[in-house]
Design a protein around this ligand. Structure first.
Ligand code: FES
Ligand SMILES: [Fe+2]
Length: 372
């Protein structure tokens, strides 16, 4: 074995956690904005939250504010939230419905919902001024399985090629049709990466989540996406439980056309950088993680079910909501403790075990993107 191969093997066998500055430094956060948040496809929400023309929301990504809206033709679009006149922030609301236009509050430049500038007082007096030269700056937007993603890069990597590794693996879960029935927003005093890493392993489950472990044995299952942007696999739901719920009973209709095997499993995936997707036979949980400061993050957590579930007998989403709300709070608590520890001057990278191959792979992908 040559030295290089030996080194790689040693690294794989003996992968270590990342140095403390990745969890504490404003410089690293700044670099992440450039290399990750302004370059990657970022999962923002479900397309159904912008159901009708003129529905809009604002979102902050990579230090930028964006307006995401549905235009009059029904197309979802994302714009940088700045006026082409003197740069003023256009929308300050969080979400709502626009009129047929967006008007800047400063000097009343007015834009159609497809971004065209359609009104600019007194600018016709300026020689050579053409409204067509001043549309809103657009960000790329892609829809996938009922979710939408935005990309701030001027030349984004094509969404279809980035997401190609996922193929049709989620088709059977009927994701485009699922409806969001619950949302909890959590403020977590931990770096966003600690949250992603924590989601990626269940070595901590027996100690941190004793109740969860009775439904989802941590040694069960297998990972099927083990390197790259998309990582994860499944765990077995321990019989006679039907789902990962407080009671162990199913809380709604099956999400889609699921095999007997799928009906006895939970699937857990991270979609780099900040989306997590948990699929159970009868409900899904969709998380997005939003860095605030190097030491603080926000996690938005949505529970989704089959559209007919809420009207069906036996529907009881609270059973799933409580199961993950408790689990989430246990996770955030331990992430906060991790944050305190990795900020210590004595912290040095520690060794991952084979049961932490997923966080190790997540770190490798993160470092690849940061070096890119
Ligand atoms: S800055 Fe928007 S109209 Fe002047
Ligand atoms: Fe956990």
């Amino acid at each position: 074995m040559n030295t290089f191969v030996k080194t790689v093997e040693a690294y794989k066998q003996g992968a270590r956690t990342m140095p403390g500055r990745y969890y504490t430094s404003a410089d690293v956060q700044h670099e992440e904005q450039e290399k990750i948040w302004r370059r990657q496809w970022i999962s923002v929400g479900r397309t159904a939250e912008l159901a009708s023309p003129a529905d809009y929301r604002t979102v902050e990504i990579g230090g930028e504010s964006l307006i995401v809206l549905r235009d009059q033709q029904g197309k979802l679009r994302a714009f940088f939230n700045i006026c082409r006149h003197r740069g003023t922030r256009l929308c300050t609301g969080e979400r709502g419905r626009l009129s047929e236009t967006i008007q800047c509050p400063y000097h009343a430049w007015t834009y159609a919902l497809d971004g065209r500038l359609i009104g600019a007082p007194h600018m016709h007096e300026v020689e050579g001024f053409q409204k067509a030269d001043y549309p809103l700056h657009q960000a790329a937007l892609a829809e996938w399985n009922g979710f939408y993603f935005v990309n701030l890069d001027r030349e984004p990597q094509p969404f279809a090629s980035v997401f190609a590794p996922l193929g049709d693996r989620f088709d059977r879960f009927n994701l485009p049709a699922l409806v969001t029935v619950r949302r909890i927003v959590y403020d977590v005093r931990a770096n966003w990466k600690l949250i992603m890493q924590n989601y990626s392993e269940c070595l901590h489950c027996p100690t941190i989540h004793p109740e969860l472990s009775t439904k989802l044995p941590y040694t069960s299952g297998a990972n099927d996406l083990v390197e790259g942007r998309f990582l994860g696999g499944y765990m077995d739901i321990k019989a006679p439980n039907e789902s990962a719920t407080m009671t162990g009973r199913a809380c709604g209709l099956p999400l889609g056309n699921l095999s007997a095997e799928d009906r006895a499993r939970g699937y857990y995936y991270t979609l780099f950088p900040s989306m997590m997707l948990s699929l159970h036979p009868d409900y899904a949980v969709y998380y997005t993680v939003w860095p605030r400061t190097p030491q603080e993050s926000q996690v938005i957590c949505d529970w989704m079910v089959h559209p007919d579930s809420p009207q069906s007998p036996g529907y009881h989403i609270a059973d799933a909501e409580e199961f993950w709300d408790r689990t989430n709070r246990q996770d955030w608590d331990i992430c906060q403790r991790s944050q305190l520890g990795v900020a210590s001057s004595r912290y040095v990278p520690g060794p991952y075990s084979p049961r932490e191959s997923m966080p190790a792979a997540w770190d490798r992908e993160y470092l690849r993107q940061m070096e890119g």
